[in-house]
Design a protein around this ligand. Structure first.
Ligand code: ATP
Ligand code: MG
Length: 741
């Protein structure tokens, strides 16, 4: 019988405590960033168990990411003083997978069904479309169908539930029947895609009152984080589970912030939070107003910005940290994107020297393609980093595809690369065609590409794949000539165009497609930094080899979307430029809706910072391979002046001139055009601090991946080094610094 309140409650402020202790009935915690919503939800979970209100399996708790679920589990365990097993705690997907395994047979699956990833899903959809026949896959790529089906699944629509109003005009109104065929095939394969997890379970709960009643009896409490970003099917699932026949058992607690709704493009519906009181009569609303995360200037900047949005629920946000005084938010104007990456790298390096752990720095970008310049900068500086919630640039599918094309261009015997792209985009080479190729290659002991070249000129293959293959192989001959005459950048561009690879993504209607096209442009830009194709391929091989797991302390790189719910001491927010952030797409759309979502994204970004937020924009940026000048984001003007400190462009430009006059002069032409391929790219030199320190033969050095070693030979930017642990290797000088042993 505790007479004093337990520690975990004593830590809370009165409103938080109310939210934790109001256990009966529906409850919405509506509060701004950093006010402790997630903390409250976690404490509530522990409190339910500590007071004996619920057994561990009687609480259903939904988080937005697996990482958040892990953290919540750990914190609950800490409060309980023992490991928390058997909890229904996870993302919507994880929880639904678990439920579906229990009732799989109802939808015709076995409980050991496989969950398909996007690649599998695509392959399957393509097969379905081929089998259906008569669909022009150029006009109607499978990605488009995937997007349509995903949207339907986000809305809880099984094929049978699609009304004419919800139908799609994809492939002349064939989407619905293709969807039907796809779902049938999935069942035959004993498989489910991600969307199916929620769709199937919701369908089961809708149609099987007995099963729903079972869950009503077992889940006495439901907890949901980030409620503002639930989509329709998630909402339906929650409502089914929460609308217990026993009105005294409708104990659902959702926490959220309408200002942080940033997933409408994935079907999230902000309305879900707005109509909570209607859906759950008798709902109580608790507001939290003290922010414990950020300093005053950071909060003031965020509040000033989000105040520009109309139609908000409106919330108060007060600084609640004891040490809430702090430095202003910096707004740094830079000459170009190269300098921006350099600025970020330098600041991290300086802070690290003062003893700040790298994991306390986050670089939050608007678009995936932006991470590359920061990744390369961090690699140059030898600062370990992690790309959160996304693949590193060179690991992305479209980059790997494009790299495969480049590898064949450079080295026709690269069978792995050849296999990757011979049928990407589709050239009608099915399994049998590939078998023929492999057989021919094996029989004569020649590379696949060579076998393909020969076979394409005979009539072994069916006419369509034969013609497509011939075109591809003759293409490679041509692109190699372009490479010799006009250089690798033009060759790469020509190749991606003529091979149909870029076209494949242009025709793609999925939401990721524009990002993939941007990434391809970014790759071409990166190619321009190298004088030869071989040099570039080496570089990428080295970048890709950088060991992931060696260090725990790493700079965190991610998109603003992936940063939701997280916090860091220092947050960099680069690329605040019109057309980038707010995104071009949101500007093209016109109207306020898309723009307001971008503003919420900016709000999420700023409020991730505990002590330091550094926003930047560059006056010049390479977009689609060309230097263009960019206009500072309108969001910069919307920040309240007294919360920010501007660092001007003039200073940084002057610095550049003093530091590296030759580079500056050499780059003047960059604004107008890309440097000609024959000239030495001045930026390339700037990327190489190692050059300044003039490495010499016999010198002791440190390499990021291979550690300490001694230089045995120098050949331009290549160094032969005998490493202490891994022996002699040839490496690029940019990864090497003087040893400080
Ligand atoms: P977001 O909207 O970004 O998801 P949130 O509302 O979920 O934020 P939390 O992440 O739970 O906020 O809390 C923000 C920070 O404030 C955390 O570091 C947390 O430990 C701290 N915090 C929460 N409540 C208190 C409190 N009463 N006293 C001190 N610190 C607190
Ligand atoms: Mg949170």
């Amino acid at each position: 019988q505790p007479t004093t309140q337990p520690d975990y409650l004593a830590r809370l402020n009165p409103e938080q405590r109310l939210a934790v202790e109001t256990l009966d009935g529906p409850l919405l915690v509506l509060a701004g960033a950093g006010t402790g919503k997630t903390s409250v939800l976690t404490t509530r979970f522990a409190h339910l168990l500590m007071t004996g209100r619920a057994r561990p399996w009687q609480v259903l708790a939904v988080t937005f990411t697996n990482k958040a679920a892990r953290e919540m589990r750990e914190r609950v365990a800490t409060i309980l003083g023992q490991p928390a097993d058997g909890l229904w705690l996870g993302t919507f997907h994880a929880l639904c997978a678990r439920m579906l395994r229990r009732h799989a047979e109802i939808v015709g699956l076995k409980s050991n069904f496989t969950i398909l990833d996007t690649d599998d899903q695509m392959r399957l959809l393509k097969q379905i479309m081929e089998a259906a026949g008569g669909i022009d896959s150029k006009r109607w790529p499978a990605q488009g169908l995937m997007a349509v089906i995903q949207r339907w699944k986000d809305r809880g629509l099984t094929p049978a539930r699609i009304t004419p109003a919800e139908d799609s005009d994809y492939a002349n109104n064939r989407a619905r029947s293709l969807y039907e065929a796809y779902q049938r095939r999935l069942i035959e394969l004993n498989a489910a895609d991600f969307g199916d997890l929620l769709l199937h379970v919701t369908e089961i709960l809708r149609t099987r009152a007995d099963i729903l009643a079972e869950y009503h009896r077992s889940f006495r409490y439901i907890l949901v984080d980030e409620y503002q970003d639930t989509n329709l099917v998630q909402y339906l699932w929650l409502r089914l589970l929460a609308q217990n026949e026993d009105p005294n058992q409708r104990n659902i607690c959702c926490v959220g912030d309408d200002d942080q709704s940033i997933y409408s493009w994935r079907g999230a519906e902000i309305e879900n939070i707005l109509r909570f009181e209607k859906d759950f009569p008798g709902a109580r609303i608790v507001r939290l107003e003290s922010n414990y995360r950020s300093t005053k200037p950071i909060l003031a900047a965020a509040a000033g910005l989000i105040a520009r949005n109309a139609g908000r629920l409106g919330k108060t946000l007060r600084p609640g940290r004891k040490d809430a005084e702090g430095e202003n938010v910096r707004v740094v104007s830079l000459w170009d994107s190269v300098e921006e990456a350099r600025m970020v790298g330098e600041r991290i390096e300086q802070a690290q020297r003062k003893g700040h752990p790298l994991s306390e720095f986050a670089i939050l970008v608007r678009a995936n393609a932006q991470t590359r310049s920061f990744e390369e900068r961090l690699i140059t500086l030898g600062l370990p980093y992690r790309v959160v919630g996304g693949l590193k640039f060179y690991e992305r599918a479209e980059i790997r595809d494009a790299m495969a094309y480049l590898r064949i261009l450079h080295q026709p015997a690269d069978d792995l690369a050849f296999e990757r792209i011979v049928n990407t985009p589709k050239r009608g080479l099915g399994d049998s065609g590939m078998r023929t190729l492999h057989q021919a290659a094996r029989a004569e002991n020649i590379p696949l590409a060579l076998a393909a070249e020969r076979i394409a000129e005979t009539d072994t293959l069916k006419p369509k794949p034969r013609a497509a293959l011939r075109e591809l192989m003759r293409g490679f001959v041509r692109w190699r000539q372009v490479n010799e005459k006009e250089g690798h950048v033009v060759a790469a561009e020509t190749m991606l165009d003529e091979s149909g690879y870029r076209e494949m993504w242009k025709l793609d209607r999925s939401p990721e497609a524009p990002g993939r096209l941007e990434n391809l442009r970014e790759l071409e830009r990166a190619l321009g930094d190298y004088q030869t194709l071989a040099g570039f391929l080496d570089h990428v091989a080295l970048v890709m080899e950088t060991d992931e797991n060696a260090e725990a302390e790493r700079v965190q790189l991610m998109t603003l979307h992936a940063a939701k719910g997280l916090e860091f001491d220092t947050v960099f927010l680069p690329g605040w430029e019109e057309g980038l952030f707010p995104s071009q797409r949101s500007l093209d759309e016109g109207g306020d809706k898309a723009l307001e979502e971008e503003r919420r994204l900016a709000y999420v970004g700023i409020t991730r910072a505990r002590r330091t937020a550094i926003i930047s924009h560059a006056a010049n940026r390479q977009i689609y391979g060309n230097w263009t000048s960019s206009i500072p984001s309108r969001f910069l003007d919307e920040l309240p002046e007294d919360a920010i400190t501007r660092e001007g462009q003039s200073t940084s430009r002057a610095n550049r001139m003093a530091d590296t006059p030759s580079v500056f002069l050499g780059s003047q032409g960059l604004l107008a055009r890309r440097p000609r391929l024959t000239e030495v790219n001045p930026w390339d030199q700037r990327e190489r601090p190692a050059r300044d320190t003039a490495l010499t033969k016999g010198e002791r050095v440190f390499h990021q991946k291979f550690g300490y070693g001694t230089i045995t030979d120098i050949d331009e930017d290549r160094l032969d080094i005998t490493f202490d642990h891994s022996g002699p290797k040839r490496v690029l000088d940019r990864f090497v610094s003087k040893a400080s042993e």
